[in-house]
Design a protein around this ligand. Structure first.
Ligand SMILES: [Zn+2]
Length: 349
């Protein structure tokens, strides 16, 4: 559904209702005929009231990577569980379906394995789904096909058992770094391997690099720097808004319509603390939140896709490049956040 179609539909109804009062004298048959003619004429003339044109219907599935936590290495199991519960409470209370993608290597911290597994189990307790993101977050573009396939298989053990407790099946896979292969032969081989193991690939169409903000945010929070935290949240939201606008335009240019989008977030403190603001921002843009299953029923996800590159990318770029139309003018990620992020990584042990 596009903005224009929605506006037209509501516009027709309004005009018909206005005219009805003036037609009370005429017979029911004439009235019905008049309304039908009027409605048809209204559709042809296509008057779109601005108030409706500004509220397009959009749909998006929320996906969250790097479970149980992107920063699991430097967190205690208690902290991971608190962060997870906070994030999931917001999503559940706002009735936002979500799926989390797991790196099982992050579970194996001495003395904490059970509690870290319980943090994952929370996702299912709250009614969400889990998928595989490989054991060790290996890039298909870096480690080679055989090692990558081994990493996919090793990433299944705990997640599959947790899902089985709820009679659920492990059915989605998300490529680490969105790296889908440097050449088409590798890409297709990996895809066939995933299908053979019962997976559907979880694509991404909206990605505002929350992970880059999150590292700086977590450091600022530890140091009690409230001003920086606020600056980061505000920058994250405005960059996200710009990314969504760009993706919506690109969708219309490449596909001729806006597909059901798939948003990429990460399991981090920034999202746990502020995801409600991001959800508000998306609702203002007209988004309704749907399951990944529902999103992938959009025909866009069956379009030709021959994208290969050294660096992974989102699926709108896949389709644009497949059509020979590389996207131009994407919003620029704020340089100051990149600098801060580098500085934080250098000072970490
Ligand atoms: Zn990841």
């Amino acid at each position: 559904m596009t903005a224009e179609r929605t506006g037209t539909r509501h516009g027709s109804l309004m005009v018909v209702a206005d005219k009805q009062g003036a037609m009370l004298e005429v017979s029911l048959h004439t009235l019905t005929t008049s309304i039908l003619i009027l409605a048809a004429a209204t559709v042809l003339l296509n008057p779109v009231p601005a108030m409706f044109a500004q509220t397009p219907e959009r749909q998006v599935a929320v996906t969250i990577d790097d479970l149980p936590a992107a920063g699991a290495k430097s967190m205690t199991a208690v902290a991971i569980k608190e962060m997870t519960a906070k994030l999931l409470t917001t999503l559940r209370d706002q009735q936002v379906p979500a799926i989390g993608f797991v790196n099982e290597r992050k579970l194996y911290q001495f003395g904490e394995v059970d509690e870290r597994i319980n943090a994952l189990r929370l996702w299912l307790d709250f009614g969400f789904e889990l998928g595989n993101h490989t054991f060790a977050h290996s890039s298909l573009n870096r480690v080679g096909l055989q090692a990558w396939e081994d990493d996919v298989i090793q990433g299944e053990n705990v997640t599959r058992l947790l899902l089985a407790e709820r009679n659920m099946r492990l059915r989605y896979f998300r490529h680490p770094f969105l790296d889908t292969g440097r050449d088409l032969e590798t890409r297709r081989h990996a895809e066939a391997f995933l299908v053979a193991r019962g997976y559907r690939v979880a694509p991404v169409t909206l990605d505002a690099w929350d992970w880059m903000y999150a590292g700086v945010y977590e450091d600022a929070k530890k140091r009690g720097d409230n001003a920086l935290q606020q600056q980061l949240v505000s920058s994250y939201l405005s960059y996200s808004d710009a990314v969504f606008g760009f993706a919506e335009d690109l969708s219309r240019r490449v596909l001729g319509y806006e597909p059901r989008q798939v948003l990429l977030l990460h399991a981090n403190q920034l999202e746990a603390d502020h995801v409600a603001k991001l959800l508000d921002l998306m609702r203002k843009r007209g988004y309704r939140f749907i399951t990944l299953d529902n999103a992938l029923s959009d025909q866009a996800y069956s379009l030709p896709d021959t994208f290969v590159a050294e660096e992974g990318s989102d699926w709108l770029e896949h389709w644009a490049i497949t059509q020979g139309k590389p996207p131009q003018g994407a919003p620029v990620f704020p340089q100051w956040v990149i600098e801060r992020s580098k500085a934080v990584r250098q000072t970490q042990p």
